[in-house]
Ligand binder design. Structure first.
Ligand code: HEC
Ligand code: HEC
Length: 291
């Protein structure tokens, strides 16, 4: 009798292991097909110039769009995350130094990366959040690119993005935002410029940077990362409604809410939001209050 039970248990175990291996292989190969997909896209050409005002705006955008979080303040890149189960995620060196972009990486290639989330070979970039960048106006994106292309070369080799088994499973199941090219409307035509005014139109334009965490409708929700606190509602149905414009600005500049809650920069990136101009924060406030 005991022998029989042991035999059945063994069979069930073998079946479970076999099924798990097949499930994993299925996830691995389907994800791989998405990673290897070539996107037949030519970015729309835009005007570039390198006047000083444009470079200053480019530097501001590099800061407020959080590029430095992954590529470092000097654009030399850095490993952001290295985990034995999940994988290695490093923002690449985006200067023209050793380990950085190839010398023939043109402004068109920059547009490919920022507007379409793809590399020079038309394959999707991994982890790079182009879905939050691609709607930038022609003027802003040209400023950002001109600034980046004019930074001094940094010699630094960053290991490429590498997924380990748990990272593969989480990415295949959509728990890690891996392939921004899949979340971009590649036919979108960005405006030539958006006027920097303290109004809802400009606020909506800026708020794309908040939507990755506070969700598309800014009403918050649970985090993709297990164990992280949920994202709060930052619209009229959330605490923003109770705060004056001054209190909202104060919160995003100091990381402390009017109720005295001190937010951690690793959770709510207020070191980044503190660099927003008054006009930008006012515009965000006006827009979010209308949601
Ligand atoms: C969440 C982290 C993250 C943020 C934020 C981020 N990047 Fe990246 N970026 C990456 C990673 C990772 C890669 C490497 C992707 C790959 O090779 O598949 C990358 C690649 C790039 C590339 C190289 C593309 C290529 O063809 O090899 C450029 C250019 C770039 N990023 C520019 C920017 C700019 C400008 C910003 C800010 C607007 C930015 N990135 C924000 C993670 C990030
Ligand atoms: C990387 C994710 C992330 C991004 C990007 C982000 N936030 Fe947050 N935000 C959070 C988290 C998490 C909290 C909650 C922090 C806490 O409770 O300590 C928060 C809290 C807030 C709060 C306080 C809300 C309350 O009720 O206490 C405001 C206001 C806010 N964010 C506005 C913004 C705006 C505006 C942007 C875009 C410019 C933005 N956030 C971008 C993650 C993010």
């Amino acid at each position: 009798m005991i022998k029989r039970i042991a035999k059945i248990t063994l069979k069930v175990l073998v079946l479970i292991v076999t099924l798990s291996v097949f499930a994993y292989l299925y996830l691995f190969y389907s994800l791989n097909a998405r990673i290897e997909k070539a996107y037949a896209i030519e970015p729309r050409a835009i005007a570039f110039n390198t006047d000083v005002a444009l470079l200053v705006q480019g530097e501001h955008l590099y800061t407020i769009k959080g590029c430095a979080d992954c590529h470092g303040p000097d654009l030399g890149g850095k490993v952001m995350f290295d985990d034995l189960a999940v994988g290695v995620f490093g923002g690449s060196n985006i200067t023209y130094g050793e380990g950085g972009l190839p010398k023939d990486y043109t402004s068109k290639d920059w547009l490919r990366a920022l507007r379409h989330g793809i590399n020079k070979e038309s394959k999707p970039l991994l982890i790079m959040p182009s879905q939050e960048i691609y709607k930038l106006s022609d003027k802003d994106i040209s400023a950002l690119i001109a600034y980046c292309m004019n930074q001094p070369p940094v010699n630094n080799k960053v290991p490429p993005v590498k997924l380990r088994p748990l990272g593969t499973i989480l990415s295949a199941l959509g728990q890690i935002p891996l392939i921004s090219a899949e979340h971009i409307d590649h036919a979108y035509t960005a405006p030539v410029a958006v006027e920097a005014l303290p109004n809802a139109v400009y606020g909506e334009y800026l708020a794309v940077s908040c939507s990755g965490c506070h969700k598309q409708n800014f009403k918050g929700g649970k985090s993709e990362v297990p164990g992280m606190k949920p994202y709060p509602d930052i619209t009229a149905s959330g605490s923003v409604d109770r705060w004056s414009e001054q209190q909202f600005i104060q919160t995003l500049r100091t990381g402390t809410t009017p109720e005295g809650k001190q937010m951690k920069n690793e959770e709510m990136p207020w070191q980044m939001t503190k660099a927003y101009t008054d006009t930008e924060l006012k515009a965000l406030y006006v827009f979010l209050k209308q949601q």
